[in-house]
Ligand binder design. Structure first.
Ligand code: ARG
Length: 452
């Protein structure tokens, strides 16, 4: 890390601003101060730096914190600028702070330190979204609605069953973020430039002071690997993809007047006075593009980088910051939009049977009465072409099977199978939409939320 020590030769030039990460480093200003403190305390405890010098350095760091990132002297990055500020305050002795380390292990420690906080915030928003979804599910276990495959009416379901489908997916998103957190939460400090140090440092102690779970053992790995960035960005991108599906569903439901978004999560038109548009959810949907772009940017930057440190890594970091900010905000907005939306129960009930969506239940009923399912499927398909009501089924039985419908099945049971609410209630298999099956899913969702 020659940049810091040879400022006489490498202090400027036309590429200065291109080299500098100082502005983007505002994000790790606090983290760098913490890393400096922990490193200084460890150096003093190990007898590498005199206690009084360490004390002066710590006092200077406190003052620098009060002044803020904006008051830092010029520097190639926040690490160099803070060191310069320490030296400006206490003289050349301040330079002892950089004993037994490099900006390479320092920046890796700062990124991990700050990212922990950001990932926990992202995790919190996934929990808030799951809470919103569970609350919707609790209120709408009996609110029937159309269910779709290929965006065509498929089988009636309930709002609760829909909400818990997303709760399950977001729950896995939470887990992926927490797993990434575990691998972020290891200290690279003490790796130095990549090749360790002659000083008798205590890496475990520095890690402990910074609240890391342990150290990244190999010093080259510690200073130069960024797979933790890639992992968390991918986990965020996966969550953004889940969010985009949820957002798209709600946009479609709003189009059908199944759901009314609260005004807080809607926008209007500058020309069409009657408009209420689901803009927030459209933006949530779009954030999946930002996040996928973050993964792409990061992967492409990291691909083929040789060990150990290369300056490319400076531009890798920003992809992760941008992704975590965008996805956390999208998740928060989705949670709010879901929590405040009104479901139009009457419209949903009126549409739940659209497109003969109870057909599968009728075929199931015929199969339960002994008809091979494939034959039942054929007969009901025939009825679907004739309008999909009782009379159509009656005609189809005679045409396809040459028998009256009553000889196959109790007419009352057919009427019931044709009723969307009864159709939902009858699908009580594990994980199904029947209110009693949903009660079990709600319980599991509650349990997994308290585990996470
Ligand atoms: N600002 C750099 C980064 O973000 C750290 C500095 C390492 N500089 C160097 N010349 N080795 O990665």
């Amino acid at each position: 890390d020659e940049g810091v020590v040879r400022r006489d030769r490498f202090s400027g030039g036309p590429a200065r601003s291109f080299l500098s990460s100082l502005a983007a480093d505002e994000r790790i200003f606090e983290a760098d101060l913490e890393v400096d403190r922990a490193h200084t305390v460890m150096l003093a405890e190990q007898g590498i730096v005199e206690d009084d010098v360490a004390g002066q350095i710590l006092t200077a760091l406190d003052a620098i914190e009060v002044d803020g990132h904006g008051s830092l002297p010029d520097g190639e990055d926040v690490h160099e600028a803070i060191e310069t500020a320490v030296i400006e305050r206490i003289g050349a002795e301040g330079g002892k702070m950089h004993t037994a380390r490099s900006r390479n292990d320092e920046v890796a420690a700062c990124i991990r330190y700050r990212l922990r906080e950001d990932v926990l915030e992202a995790v919190e928003t996934t929990l808030a979204l799951r809470e919103s979804l569970v609350t919707v599910a609790e209120a709408h276990a009996e609110t029937i609605m159309p269910g779709y495959t290929h965006l065509q009416p498929a089988q009636p379901t309930t709002v609760a069953h829909w909400a818990l489908a997303y709760e399950g997916a977001v729950g896995r998103d939470t887990e992926r973020l927490l797993e990434a957190y575990g691998r972020i939460n290891e200290s690279p400090l003490g790796g130095a430039a990549f090749a360790g140090t002659t000083f008798d440092i205590d890496r475990e102690r520095a890690a402990e002071l910074l609240g890391f779970d342990g150290v990244v053992e190999n010093s080259m790995d510690a200073s130069s690997s960024r797979d933790f960035l890639l992992e968390v960005t991918q986990a965020l991108s996966t969550h953004a993809t889940t969010l985009s599906g949820l957002a798209e569903d709600v946009v479609i439901f709003a189009n059908r007047s199944f759901v009314d978004l609260s005004d807080d999560y809607s926008s209007t038109s500058s020309i069409m006075p009657q408009k209420k548009n689901p803009d927030t959810l459209e933006l949530v949907r779009a954030v999946a593009g930002d996040a996928a772009g973050g993964v792409q940017g990061l992967t492409t930057t990291l691909k083929g980088l040789p060990r150990a440190y290369n300056r490319d890594l400076q531009r890798a970091t920003t992809h992760a910051w941008e992704t975590v900010d965008a996805v956390t905000e999208a998740s928060e907005v989705a949670a709010g939009a879901v929590a405040t939306a009104d479901w139009n129960e009457a419209t949903l009930a009126a549409e739940a049977g659209e497109g003969f969506s109870t057909a599968t239940g009728v075929a199931d009923l015929l199969a339960a009465n002994g008809l091979p399912f494939r034959t039942a499927h054929e007969m009901v398909a025939h009825a679907a072409e004739q309008g999909g009501d009782y009379d159509a089924l009656e005609a189809a039985a005679r045409e396809v099977l040459g028998e009256p419908l009553e000889s196959l099945v109790d007419p009352d049971a057919v009427e019931e199978a044709l009723d969307p609410a009864a159709s939902v209630a009858s699908r009580d298999s594990q994980g199904g939409p029947a209110p009693e099956a949903v009660t079990d899913q709600l319980e599991l969702a509650r349990e997994s939320q308290s585990d996470d």
